[in-house]
Design a protein around this ligand. Structure first.
Ligand code: PMP
Length: 368
């Protein structure tokens, strides 16, 4: 055991945090960063200019606390989502991680459970530990599929307080049919299960893919979580949000810290929402690069999963960690998610994607 861990263990840490390691994808200084599903296309110039102007304006009022209800931002987010939603349906926080944490604070906690279906977003169990919620690992079928029937059966049997459905799923990239969401919601009627559909990557889905937002009317325990970190290229600004029945937003008001969304964050997010055309054009290019990765990896004899997100999960590697290291040595950082035979890569710009594909092909050709 290293010194630091020993010192940590001497503290009176809560027992459900003992032995955990913090979320931590490596942050390395490498020319091509394709490891944490960021938007690789940067913030377009007109969006940057709008943000700068809005932040400068907000700076004049920084002596005052920000609008605790961030009403203008909630209106703009409702307008962006459509589906007949208004500001009473919307809640936001510093990244969707914080929204998810607030949901666990309000609906999870000691004596309560949250069900996820690994492999899925690695923060779900950490958010559960942090709120003293017991995390239950559900099961997927062959090829990491999750059918409506299997998911509903597990919810009926386990009666969790909360279910996480990640669609498109991280790390596999594959979306869930709305039949799964409907079946899980119905299966949770008796246990009053809160159903979270994490749609962090929804904007990258193939055209015509429906959102779980369409299922919100009449389902007061359904929450659809979104973020501006991906399609809106704002991972650094930290703005995540959810849409649900107004009473869900009221529940999250009970656990949020006062003034949790800074005036700078609100101004930044509003400016990006008002100038989203260029951002959405970049999303289209990212989808093109994602589809190109899928077809090129297939040509190389690997097995990429169908992806509705801005990254591709691919198998068929004998020694994924070595390939990850070789790519890193070539200046390309991707993600080893610890799943045998697999790696995950974020779709880059055309140049970055070409560099990844070329490096990978030569690494695979030089392996005996
Ligand atoms: N959900 C999923 C599935 C994610 O992959 C991520 C980030 N990688 C998040 C939520 C959280 O994103 P943020 O806090 O930046 O909104």
């Amino acid at each position: 055991m290293n010194d630091q861990l020993e010192r940590l263990n001497r503290l009176p840490l809560r027992s459900n945090l003992r032995g955990l390691t913090p979320y931590g994808a490596p942050q390395l200084d490498v020319p091509i960063l394709l490891n944490v599903n960021e938007n690789t296309h940067g913030v377009p110039a007109d969006v940057r200019a709008a943000i700068t102007a809005a932040v400068s304006e907000a700076a004049m009022g920084l002596n005052r606390y920000p609008d605790r209800e961030f009403t203008e931002l909630r209106k703009a987010l409702a307008d962006y989502l459509g589906h007949g939603l208004d500001e009473t349906n919307i809640w936001a926080a510093n990244g969707s991680n914080e929204v998810l944490q607030q949901i666990l604070q309000a609906f999870g906690g000691p004596g309560r459970t949250a069900l996820g279906f690994p492999p899925t977003y690695s923060m779900y169990p950490l958010l559960a530990s942090g709120t003293d919620t017991t995390y239950i690992k559900g099961e997927r079928e062959e090829g990491y599929e999750l059918s409506a029937e299997s998911a509903a059966r597990q919810v009926r049997e386990l009666k969790p307080g909360i279910v996480f459905l990640c669609s498109p799923n991280n790390p596999t990239g594959t979306g869930l049919g709305l039949d799964v969401v409907e079946a899980v919601y119905e299966a949770g009627n008796e246990s009053q299960t809160i159903v979270i559909v994490d749609e962090a990557y929804h904007e990258f889905a193939h055209d015509g893919t429906p959102s779980a937002l369409t299922l919100l009317p009449g389902r007061e325990r359904l929450i659809v979580s979104r973020t501006m970190s991906k399609a809106f290229a704002l991972a650094g600004a930290r703005l995540g949000y959810m849409a649900a029945a107004p009473e869900v937003a009221d529940a999250l008001r009970l656990v949020r810290l006062p003034y949790h969304l800074s005036a700078i964050t609100q101004a930044t997010a509003l400016a990006a929402l008002q100038h989203r055309e260029a951002l959405m054009a970049d999303v289209e290019d990212i989808k093109k690069q994602r589809d190109r990765i899928v077809s090129e990896l297939t040509r190389m004899g690997l097995s990429p999963a169908a992806s509705d997100s801005n990254y591709v999960f691919f198998g068929g590697l004998e020694n994924p960690h070595q390939v990850w290291q070789d790519l890193l040595d070539a200046g390309v950082l991707i993600r080893d998610v610890g799943i045998p035979g697999h790696l995950r890569v974020t779709a880059g710009t055309e140049t970055e994607t070409t560099a990844f594909l070329t490096s990978l092909e030569s690494i695979l050709a030089n392996r005996p």
